[in-house]
Design a protein around this ligand. Structure first.
Ligand SMILES: [Zn+2]
Length: 66
């Protein structure tokens, strides 16, 4: 019981939970589509015009059911 690195008191459940409550969700990182100026997720084809890396991927997005 003489170890100097041991915390003196156990943290209560409410303290543990209030500390974890400090973690907040960040706003998602957004890039802008160079073609239609729509906010899109980076490294993802644009959801409104399907533009990505100079190519169009509209069919890959819209034709997923067909
Ligand atoms: Zn776009």
């Amino acid at each position: 019981m003489t170890g100097g690195l041991t915390p003196k008191w156990k943290k209560s459940r409410s303290r543990t939970r209030s500390r974890r409550a400090q973690w907040k969700a960040k706003p998602p990182t957004l890039a802008t589509c160079p073609r239609c100026r729509e906010a899109v997720l980076p490294h993802t084809a644009c959801s409104s015009c399907g533009w990505y890396k100079g190519r169009e991927y509209v069919q890959a997005i819209k034709g997923s059911n067909a």
